[in-house]
Design a protein around this ligand. Structure first.
Ligand code: GLY
Length: 359
Protein backbone atom coordinates (compact mmCIF):
# COMPACT_ATOMS: atom_id res chain seq x y z
CA UNK A 1 0.00 0.00 0.00
CA UNK A 2 1.41 3.40 -0.89
CA UNK A 3 1.31 6.06 1.78
CA UNK A 4 0.64 9.69 0.91
CA UNK A 5 3.51 12.09 0.48
CA UNK A 6 3.95 14.69 3.21
CA UNK A 7 4.74 18.24 2.15
CA UNK A 8 6.67 20.39 4.61
CA UNK A 9 6.96 24.01 3.47
CA UNK A 10 10.09 26.06 4.06
CA UNK A 11 9.50 29.82 4.09
CA UNK A 12 11.72 32.84 3.68
CA UNK A 13 12.70 34.85 0.63
CA UNK A 14 12.90 31.74 -1.60
CA UNK A 15 10.26 29.33 -0.29
CA UNK A 16 10.26 25.66 -1.28
CA UNK A 17 8.83 22.34 -0.18
CA UNK A 18 10.37 19.28 1.41
CA UNK A 19 8.51 16.18 0.23
CA UNK A 20 8.69 13.13 2.48
CA UNK A 21 7.44 9.71 1.47
CA UNK A 22 8.32 6.33 0.07
CA UNK A 23 9.13 5.56 -3.55
CA UNK A 24 8.68 9.20 -4.55
CA UNK A 25 11.68 9.91 -6.78
CA UNK A 26 9.23 10.21 -9.69
CA UNK A 27 8.11 13.53 -8.13
CA UNK A 28 11.41 15.10 -9.20
CA UNK A 29 10.54 14.97 -12.90
CA UNK A 30 6.95 16.02 -12.22
CA UNK A 31 8.13 19.13 -10.38
CA UNK A 32 10.28 20.47 -13.21
CA UNK A 33 9.44 23.48 -15.27
CA UNK A 34 8.84 23.04 -19.01
CA UNK A 35 11.82 25.26 -19.83
CA UNK A 36 14.29 22.76 -18.32
CA UNK A 37 16.34 20.94 -20.95
CA UNK A 38 19.30 19.51 -19.00
CA UNK A 39 19.86 18.00 -15.60
CA UNK A 40 23.13 17.31 -13.82
CA UNK A 41 22.94 14.62 -11.14
CA UNK A 42 25.81 14.97 -8.67
CA UNK A 43 26.25 11.71 -6.78
CA UNK A 44 28.95 9.79 -4.90
CA UNK A 45 30.52 6.69 -6.44
CA UNK A 46 28.73 4.51 -3.90
CA UNK A 47 25.38 5.49 -5.46
CA UNK A 48 26.41 4.94 -9.08
CA UNK A 49 23.73 2.36 -9.88
CA UNK A 50 20.95 4.33 -8.20
CA UNK A 51 22.01 7.56 -9.89
CA UNK A 52 21.97 5.73 -13.22
CA UNK A 53 18.42 4.53 -12.48
CA UNK A 54 17.34 8.06 -11.58
CA UNK A 55 18.90 9.32 -14.82
CA UNK A 56 17.06 6.63 -16.77
CA UNK A 57 13.74 7.69 -15.26
CA UNK A 58 14.25 11.28 -16.47
CA UNK A 59 15.72 10.56 -19.90
CA UNK A 60 12.45 10.57 -21.81
CA UNK A 61 12.08 14.31 -21.23
CA UNK A 62 15.54 15.67 -20.44
CA UNK A 63 19.19 15.40 -21.29
CA UNK A 64 20.65 14.03 -18.08
CA UNK A 65 24.35 14.04 -17.21
CA UNK A 66 25.93 12.28 -14.25
CA UNK A 67 28.80 13.75 -12.22
CA UNK A 68 30.28 11.04 -10.01
CA UNK A 69 32.24 12.53 -7.13
CA UNK A 70 34.18 11.04 -4.17
CA UNK A 71 32.09 9.89 -1.23
CA UNK A 72 31.72 11.90 2.01
CA UNK A 73 34.07 14.80 2.89
CA UNK A 74 36.49 13.90 0.05
CA UNK A 75 33.79 15.25 -2.27
CA UNK A 76 33.77 18.70 -0.67
CA UNK A 77 36.82 20.05 -2.48
CA UNK A 78 37.30 22.83 -5.01
CA UNK A 79 38.68 20.29 -7.52
CA UNK A 80 35.40 18.38 -7.28
CA UNK A 81 33.35 21.54 -7.82
CA UNK A 82 35.61 22.37 -10.79
CA UNK A 83 34.98 18.91 -12.23
CA UNK A 84 31.20 19.51 -12.00
CA UNK A 85 31.57 22.94 -13.64
CA UNK A 86 33.56 21.28 -16.42
CA UNK A 87 30.82 18.71 -17.02
CA UNK A 88 28.24 21.51 -17.10
CA UNK A 89 30.32 23.61 -19.46
CA UNK A 90 30.85 20.70 -21.82
CA UNK A 91 27.10 20.01 -21.78
CA UNK A 92 26.23 23.67 -22.49
CA UNK A 93 24.29 24.04 -19.25
CA UNK A 94 22.15 27.19 -19.28
CA UNK A 95 20.49 29.19 -16.50
CA UNK A 96 17.24 27.32 -16.99
CA UNK A 97 18.82 23.91 -16.34
CA UNK A 98 18.89 21.97 -13.09
CA UNK A 99 21.36 20.43 -10.63
CA UNK A 100 20.27 17.50 -8.49
CA UNK A 101 22.28 16.67 -5.37
CA UNK A 102 21.78 12.93 -4.86
CA UNK A 103 23.58 11.58 -1.80
CA UNK A 104 24.48 12.33 1.80
CA UNK A 105 25.17 15.69 3.41
CA UNK A 106 28.60 16.14 1.83
CA UNK A 107 27.21 15.52 -1.65
CA UNK A 108 24.26 17.85 -1.23
CA UNK A 109 26.63 20.53 0.17
CA UNK A 110 28.91 20.44 -2.87
CA UNK A 111 26.02 20.04 -5.35
CA UNK A 112 24.45 23.12 -3.75
CA UNK A 113 27.70 25.02 -4.12
CA UNK A 114 27.95 24.05 -7.79
CA UNK A 115 24.33 25.08 -8.43
CA UNK A 116 24.80 28.37 -6.55
CA UNK A 117 27.86 29.32 -8.58
CA UNK A 118 27.13 28.10 -12.13
CA UNK A 119 25.99 31.14 -14.12
CA UNK A 120 25.39 32.82 -10.74
CA UNK A 121 22.80 30.26 -9.75
CA UNK A 122 20.70 27.53 -11.37
CA UNK A 123 17.79 25.52 -10.00
CA UNK A 124 18.80 23.05 -7.29
CA UNK A 125 16.90 19.96 -6.20
CA UNK A 126 18.24 18.13 -3.18
CA UNK A 127 17.62 14.40 -2.89
CA UNK A 128 19.21 13.30 0.39
CA UNK A 129 19.92 9.59 0.77
CA UNK A 130 21.07 9.55 4.40
CA UNK A 131 19.14 10.31 7.57
CA UNK A 132 21.50 13.18 8.42
CA UNK A 133 21.01 14.56 4.92
CA UNK A 134 17.22 14.33 5.21
CA UNK A 135 16.79 15.98 8.58
CA UNK A 136 19.60 18.50 8.37
CA UNK A 137 22.08 19.04 5.53
CA UNK A 138 19.73 19.15 2.53
CA UNK A 139 17.39 21.72 4.10
CA UNK A 140 18.20 25.35 4.73
CA UNK A 141 20.46 26.25 1.83
CA UNK A 142 23.88 25.96 3.46
CA UNK A 143 26.20 24.98 0.62
CA UNK A 144 29.94 24.71 0.72
CA UNK A 145 33.27 23.07 0.37
CA UNK A 146 36.25 22.58 2.68
CA UNK A 147 39.72 24.07 2.28
CA UNK A 148 43.04 22.88 3.68
CA UNK A 149 42.44 25.27 6.61
CA UNK A 150 39.11 23.87 7.69
CA UNK A 151 35.61 22.59 6.99
CA UNK A 152 32.94 24.66 5.22
CA UNK A 153 35.16 27.71 4.92
CA UNK A 154 33.91 28.49 1.40
CA UNK A 155 30.25 28.46 0.46
CA UNK A 156 27.02 30.37 0.26
CA UNK A 157 23.43 30.36 1.42
CA UNK A 158 21.51 29.11 -1.60
CA UNK A 159 18.02 27.69 -1.24
CA UNK A 160 17.02 24.61 -3.23
CA UNK A 161 13.75 24.77 -5.14
CA UNK A 162 12.72 21.35 -3.83
CA UNK A 163 13.92 18.67 -1.41
CA UNK A 164 12.75 15.10 -1.99
CA UNK A 165 13.27 12.90 1.06
CA UNK A 166 12.44 9.40 -0.17
CA UNK A 167 12.69 7.11 2.86
CA UNK A 168 13.18 4.12 0.57
CA UNK A 169 16.62 5.48 -0.36
CA UNK A 170 17.72 4.70 3.22
CA UNK A 171 17.21 0.96 2.84
CA UNK A 172 20.80 0.15 1.90
CA UNK A 173 22.25 1.93 4.94
CA UNK A 174 23.71 0.02 7.88
CA UNK A 175 21.93 0.32 11.20
CA UNK A 176 25.03 2.11 12.51
CA UNK A 177 24.57 4.84 9.91
CA UNK A 178 20.89 5.19 10.79
CA UNK A 179 21.71 5.40 14.50
CA UNK A 180 24.36 8.07 13.85
CA UNK A 181 21.72 10.08 11.97
CA UNK A 182 19.62 9.95 15.12
CA UNK A 183 22.10 12.31 16.77
CA UNK A 184 20.45 15.17 14.87
CA UNK A 185 16.96 13.73 15.37
CA UNK A 186 17.45 13.64 19.15
CA UNK A 187 18.82 17.19 18.98
CA UNK A 188 15.54 18.33 17.39
CA UNK A 189 13.70 16.54 20.19
CA UNK A 190 15.58 18.35 22.93
CA UNK A 191 15.60 21.83 21.39
CA UNK A 192 12.03 21.90 20.13
CA UNK A 193 10.00 18.72 19.73
CA UNK A 194 9.57 16.48 22.80
CA UNK A 195 7.34 14.06 20.86
CA UNK A 196 10.51 12.81 19.13
CA UNK A 197 11.93 11.82 22.52
CA UNK A 198 8.68 10.10 23.50
CA UNK A 199 8.60 8.06 20.26
CA UNK A 200 12.20 6.88 20.76
CA UNK A 201 11.57 5.99 24.39
CA UNK A 202 8.41 4.08 23.48
CA UNK A 203 10.46 1.66 21.38
CA UNK A 204 13.92 2.34 20.07
CA UNK A 205 13.91 -0.60 17.63
CA UNK A 206 10.70 0.54 15.97
CA UNK A 207 11.71 4.19 15.97
CA UNK A 208 14.98 3.39 14.18
CA UNK A 209 13.49 0.94 11.67
CA UNK A 210 13.39 3.00 8.47
CA UNK A 211 10.32 1.09 7.26
CA UNK A 212 8.19 1.94 10.33
CA UNK A 213 5.55 4.64 10.72
CA UNK A 214 7.34 5.79 13.90
CA UNK A 215 10.57 6.35 11.98
CA UNK A 216 8.73 8.41 9.41
CA UNK A 217 7.06 10.38 12.19
CA UNK A 218 10.36 11.36 13.87
CA UNK A 219 11.91 12.21 10.50
CA UNK A 220 8.97 14.44 9.61
CA UNK A 221 9.00 16.11 13.01
CA UNK A 222 12.75 16.77 12.69
CA UNK A 223 12.37 18.17 9.18
CA UNK A 224 9.52 20.33 10.49
CA UNK A 225 11.81 21.83 13.13
CA UNK A 226 14.60 22.49 10.67
CA UNK A 227 12.13 24.00 8.19
CA UNK A 228 10.65 26.29 10.84
CA UNK A 229 14.03 27.50 12.08
CA UNK A 230 15.56 28.19 8.66
CA UNK A 231 12.35 29.88 7.48
CA UNK A 232 12.84 32.38 10.27
CA UNK A 233 16.60 32.75 10.02
CA UNK A 234 18.00 31.69 6.64
CA UNK A 235 21.40 33.35 7.06
CA UNK A 236 22.17 32.04 10.55
CA UNK A 237 22.10 35.30 12.47
CA UNK A 238 19.57 34.33 15.13
CA UNK A 239 17.49 31.30 16.04
CA UNK A 240 19.29 29.07 13.55
CA UNK A 241 22.10 28.93 16.07
CA UNK A 242 19.85 26.71 18.22
CA UNK A 243 20.44 23.95 15.66
CA UNK A 244 24.00 23.91 16.97
CA UNK A 245 22.90 22.23 20.21
CA UNK A 246 25.70 19.79 21.05
CA UNK A 247 27.82 21.04 18.18
CA UNK A 248 30.35 23.29 19.98
CA UNK A 249 31.95 20.36 21.79
CA UNK A 250 30.80 17.98 19.03
CA UNK A 251 32.88 19.75 16.37
CA UNK A 252 35.87 19.68 18.72
CA UNK A 253 35.44 15.91 19.19
CA UNK A 254 35.29 15.48 15.40
CA UNK A 255 38.54 17.45 15.13
CA UNK A 256 40.19 15.45 17.93
CA UNK A 257 39.14 12.24 16.16
CA UNK A 258 40.57 13.55 12.85
CA UNK A 259 37.10 13.49 11.35
CA UNK A 260 36.95 9.69 11.53
CA UNK A 261 33.89 9.72 13.83
CA UNK A 262 30.34 9.96 12.59
CA UNK A 263 28.91 13.44 13.13
CA UNK A 264 25.97 12.15 15.18
CA UNK A 265 28.28 10.36 17.62
CA UNK A 266 30.29 13.53 18.25
CA UNK A 267 27.11 15.59 18.64
CA UNK A 268 25.78 13.03 21.14
CA UNK A 269 28.72 13.70 23.48
CA UNK A 270 28.31 17.41 22.82
CA UNK A 271 24.66 17.33 23.86
CA UNK A 272 25.42 15.56 27.13
CA UNK A 273 28.14 18.14 27.74
CA UNK A 274 25.76 21.02 27.01
CA UNK A 275 23.21 19.43 29.34
CA UNK A 276 25.84 19.23 32.09
CA UNK A 277 26.73 22.89 31.52
CA UNK A 278 23.07 23.78 31.88
CA UNK A 279 22.75 21.71 35.04
CA UNK A 280 25.84 23.28 36.61
CA UNK A 281 24.54 26.77 35.84
CA UNK A 282 21.27 25.95 37.59
CA UNK A 283 19.14 25.79 34.45
CA UNK A 284 18.42 22.15 33.89
CA UNK A 285 17.06 19.49 36.21
CA UNK A 286 19.04 16.29 36.80
CA UNK A 287 16.21 14.26 35.27
CA UNK A 288 16.55 16.01 31.89
CA UNK A 289 20.31 15.46 31.90
CA UNK A 290 19.70 11.79 32.71
CA UNK A 291 17.20 11.65 29.85
CA UNK A 292 19.93 12.78 27.44
CA UNK A 293 22.13 9.90 28.57
CA UNK A 294 19.41 7.26 28.53
CA UNK A 295 18.05 8.16 25.08
CA UNK A 296 21.47 8.46 23.46
CA UNK A 297 22.64 5.22 25.08
CA UNK A 298 19.52 3.42 23.83
CA UNK A 299 20.58 4.55 20.33
CA UNK A 300 24.09 3.18 20.94
CA UNK A 301 25.50 6.70 20.71
CA UNK A 302 28.40 7.67 23.01
CA UNK A 303 27.82 9.86 26.04
CA UNK A 304 31.36 10.10 27.44
CA UNK A 305 34.86 10.83 26.20
CA UNK A 306 38.41 10.47 27.60
CA UNK A 307 39.19 13.02 30.32
CA UNK A 308 42.78 13.48 29.12
CA UNK A 309 41.66 15.14 25.87
CA UNK A 310 40.30 18.29 27.48
CA UNK A 311 43.09 20.64 26.36
CA UNK A 312 42.76 19.48 22.75
CA UNK A 313 39.00 19.94 22.86
CA UNK A 314 39.18 23.38 24.45
CA UNK A 315 41.71 24.58 21.86
CA UNK A 316 39.54 23.21 19.05
CA UNK A 317 36.42 24.91 20.43
CA UNK A 318 38.25 28.20 20.65
CA UNK A 319 39.18 27.94 16.98
CA UNK A 320 35.69 26.95 15.87
CA UNK A 321 33.98 29.58 13.75
CA UNK A 322 31.02 29.46 16.05
CA UNK A 323 33.09 31.06 18.75
CA UNK A 324 31.95 34.50 17.59
CA UNK A 325 34.37 37.21 18.63
CA UNK A 326 36.56 35.94 21.42
CA UNK A 327 33.76 34.31 23.38
CA UNK A 328 32.82 30.65 23.33
CA UNK A 329 29.10 30.13 22.76
CA UNK A 330 27.08 27.09 23.77
CA UNK A 331 23.46 26.34 23.12
CA UNK A 332 22.02 25.14 26.42
CA UNK A 333 18.51 24.30 27.59
CA UNK A 334 16.45 26.00 30.27
CA UNK A 335 14.18 22.99 29.80
CA UNK A 336 13.21 20.65 27.00
CA UNK A 337 12.25 22.81 23.99
CA UNK A 338 13.64 25.93 25.69
CA UNK A 339 17.06 26.56 24.12
CA UNK A 340 19.15 29.59 24.93
CA UNK A 341 22.72 30.77 24.37
CA UNK A 342 25.40 30.60 27.05
CA UNK A 343 28.11 33.08 26.08
CA UNK A 344 31.64 33.12 27.46
CA UNK A 345 31.34 30.67 30.38
CA UNK A 346 34.51 30.66 32.43
CA UNK A 347 37.02 27.90 32.07
CA UNK A 348 36.43 26.40 35.49
CA UNK A 349 32.77 25.85 34.59
CA UNK A 350 33.69 24.40 31.21
CA UNK A 351 36.09 21.98 32.84
CA UNK A 352 33.65 21.06 35.62
CA UNK A 353 31.07 20.09 32.99
CA UNK A 354 33.70 18.11 31.11
CA UNK A 355 34.51 16.14 34.26
CA UNK A 356 30.91 14.93 34.20
CA UNK A 357 31.37 13.68 30.63
CA UNK A 358 35.00 12.56 30.84
CA UNK A 359 36.01 9.01 31.73
N1 GLY B 1 23.24 22.27 10.35
C1 GLY B 1 22.91 23.47 10.96
C2 GLY B 1 22.28 24.49 10.07
O1 GLY B 1 21.85 24.15 9.00
O2 GLY B 1 22.23 25.63 10.42
Amino acid sequence: MTTPTTTIPVGGASPYDVLVGRDILNLIGESLDRSVAKILIVHPSTLGARAAALRESLLDRYEVVLAEIPDAEAGKRIEVAAFCWQVMGQSDFTRSDVVIGFGGGATTDVAGFVAATWLRGVTLIQVPTTLLGMVDASIGGKTGINTAEGKNLVGSFYAPSLVVADLDTLHGLSQMEILAGFGEVVKCGFIAEPEILDVIEAGVDTATDSTSAEFRRVVELSIGIKARVVSEDFTDRGVREFLNYGHTLGHAVEYAERFQWRHGAAVAIGMVYAAELARLTGRLQDSVVDRHRSILTSLQLPTDYPLGRWNTLLAAMQRDKKARGSMLRFIVLDDIAKPTVLTGPDQSLLFAAYQEVGV
